[in-house]
Design a protein around this ligand. Structure first.
Ligand code: AKB
Length: 313
């Protein structure tokens, strides 16, 4: 049976690169990109694109039937910082879009689901260094609560109804193709843009705020690899810890200075500091490594080189 893919939230930071990669691997005609609005970008202009509201079950069901979709990647969500400003909508979007796709799988209309979780499922009582797969999880953000609850539902639908849902707890993701929106880790993308444009950056986190991060290419590879793994290999049906690189704003600034010697950074922590303080500093992803062979490739210096080279073009 041909794999036919629907990506919901295809124009976001992850969706953009994921759509491009999936189209390259599965063929343009087998990948339907969708988002809440139609932008004038490569995702819309170079393949099948549909406007869809992730909160509308009927619209999603219609697309699944129209294109005979087998796999859904649900990338639409409100991230940590935006969710704190609009908790009710964040809860609605993050939870109900998930229920829609879980229920469509339960009804036998799709075969496989990818749903992203986040390091935000952890909280201030979680061990901060080398955070284990199984540990204390008391998230203090709306986003974190929605992701943790979502994980419980994914596992429940898998065990009760046999739904093949797969998930990763993404760290902060860094990419040059599209900018993030509304996250606490966004500074690690902004800093490269501002370093090249202005030679300076005012960071909204403290100099020593160490957080788990990953270059986007690694994250996309992880996403596609977990979806392509044999079902029996995916032993964890809540969500897998995934680690790449952990660094502080001061460390990434020092790395940028190797390429742009005059670059300067100042610090003005805002409400996002509290969110960052509640998250792990580094992640133990040994379960992902042993269950489905995950291995990250990019370190901070390789990532910085690629980011600056591409943003300079
Ligand atoms: C955010 O900062 O909200 C996201 C995340 C870590 O899930 N990048």
């Amino acid at each position: 049976m041909t794999t036919k893919i629907l990506i919901i939230g295809a124009c976001g930071q992850i969706g953009t690169e994921l759509t491009t990669q999936l189209r390259a691997q599965y063929g343009v005609d087998n990948v339907v990109a969708s988002d809440i609005r139609k932008l004038n970008n490569d995702i819309v202009n170079t393949g099948i694109f549909e406007v869809v509201n992730a909160l509308d079950y009927n619209q999603i069901e219609h697309l699944i039937e129209k294109y005979q979709i087998t796999d859904v990647y649900l990338m639409a969500a409100l991230l940590s910082a935006t969710a704190e400003k609009n908790p009710a909508f964040a809860w609605d979007l993050n939870m109900n879009s998930l229920f829609h796709v879980l229920n469509l799988a339960k009804a036998g209309k799709i075969k496989k689901i990818f749903w992203p979780s986040s390091i935000a499922v952890f909280g201030p009582t979680t061990p901060r260094e080398n955070t284990p797969q199984y540990t204390i999880m008391e998230p203090t953000t709306v986003y974190g609560i929605s992701k943790q609850t979502g994980e419980r539902w994914c596992e429940y639908y898998h065990h009760q109804y046999g739904v093949d849902v797969r998930s990763i707890r993404y760290p902060g993701l860094i990419s040059w193709t599209s900018e993030p929106g509304g996250g606490t880790t966004d500074y690690a993308v902004d800093i490269y843009h501002k370093a090249l444009e202005d030679g300076k950056y005012e960071c909204f986190l403290r100099d020593d705020s160490k957080l788990p991060m990953m270059y986007m290419e690694d994250a996309i590879r992880a996403t596609i690899e977990i979806m392509q793994a044999d079902a029996e290999a995916i032993k964890i049906r809540s969500s897998y810890n995934l680690a790449g690189i952990s660094f502080t704003p001061a460390e990434i600034a020092a790395e940028i200075t190797k390429h742009i010697p005059d670059f300067t950074i100042t610090y003005k922590p805002d409400f996002r500091q509290k969110i960052a303080d509640s998250w792990p500093a580094s992640i133990d992803d040994s379960s992902a490594r042993s269950d489905w062979g995950w291995k990250h490739e990019y370190n901070m210096s390789a990532m910085t080189q690629v980011m600056l080279d591409n943003l300079r073009k």
